[in-house]
Design a protein around this ligand. Structure first.
Ligand code: SAM
Length: 265
């Protein structure tokens, strides 16, 4: 009898060790941004894409089409947040930082707004639902698959008359804004594309005379993944007045922040 208990306790011991390791991995993924990105964006996403023969962005869109209300942008934003917090993580600005975005858009009350980095259209829908009559948002995306999903998202939300999706790299589109897209100056700019483009694109906006006194720039992810060059540039520049808004990485407990930089002329 004693021998039987002894032999049963060995596999039980191993099960406990494995459960402990699993718990540890889950905790690390929840708290550590890099581990979370590696797990969500590389391992888990690739496996799910392979099994379902479909991209994560397509799955997000399908969830919205089945669960949100056509023509109701708030229901689209809520459905994306629900899917990405409960099913699959994705790089939308998310609801926590989304509230900072909402407040900044309301403060800027823009006639012309620019977004760099559309992805699935979450923040484009979020921003456009707050725009006054006649105002417009230009949103830039260089990945054609993301742009195709975003286009459908924007149309489903019913904000297609306020949002123009410009497909291409920001560094090519920004110099075309004045002539090709009839922009005089931008009232609000949301920087949410790859972080190494924040500083060169801010400088490009200045060089192209697209900023006026009072134009508001809002940059996401300045802590995680981080944009130290950008923070250094705007905080040291006499042309910007900065405010930092501590927050968390979308759908995670990882520390992040948004930086507002008001152009002083
Ligand atoms: C963090 S996601 C944007 C999320 C989106 N703003 C939201 O909150 O719903 C970044 C996006 O920027 C795009 N991107 C990165 N660098 C870019 C560039 N230089 N020009 C245009 N798009 C870019 C990527 O393809 C990606 O879709």
């Amino acid at each position: 009898m004693g021998e039987m208990l002894e032999s049963a306790s060995v596999p039980l011991f191993i099960v406990f060790i494995l459960l402990f390791i699993l718990l540890l991995v889950v905790l690390i993924i929840r708290k550590n941004g890099t581990a979370a990105l590696i797990w969500n964006e590389i391992i888990r996403e690739k496996i799910t894409n392979f099994i379902m023969n479909q991209s994560k962005e397509q799955r997000i869109l399908n969830f919205v089409l089945q669960n949100a209300v056509r023509g109701d942008p708030c229901s689209v934003v809520d459905a994306i947040d629900k899917y990405c917090s409960q099913k699959e993580w994705a790089m939308n600005v998310g609801d926590e930082k989304g509230k900072i975005l909402d407040k900044t858009v309301e403060e800027a009350n823009p006639s012309v707004a620019l977004e760099l980095g559309t992805y699935c259209g979450y923040s484009a829908v979020r921003i456009s639902r707050l725009l006054k009559a006649g105002a417009r948002l230009l949103t830039v995306e260089f990945n054609p698959e993301f742009a195709a999903v975003a286009k459908q998202m924007i149309e489903f939300a019913g904000v297609q008359d306020k949002v123009k999706l410009l497909e291409g790299p920001s560094e090519e589109i920004i110099p075309q804004l004045k002539k090709k897209y009839e922009v005089d100056t931008l009232d609000f700019v949301f920087l949410d594309h790859w972080k190494d483009r924040y500083t060169p694109d801010t400088k490009l906006l200045q060089e192209c005379n697209l900023l006026r006194k009072g134009s508001i720039l809002l940059a996401d992810n300045v802590i995680f993944p981080g944009a130290p060059d950008f923070l250094n540039y705007v905080r040291k520049s006499p042309h910007f007045q900065c405010t930092n808004y501590p927050s968390h990485l979308e759908y995670m407990q990882v520390e992040d922040a948004m930086e507002k930089a008001v152009f002083l002329g």
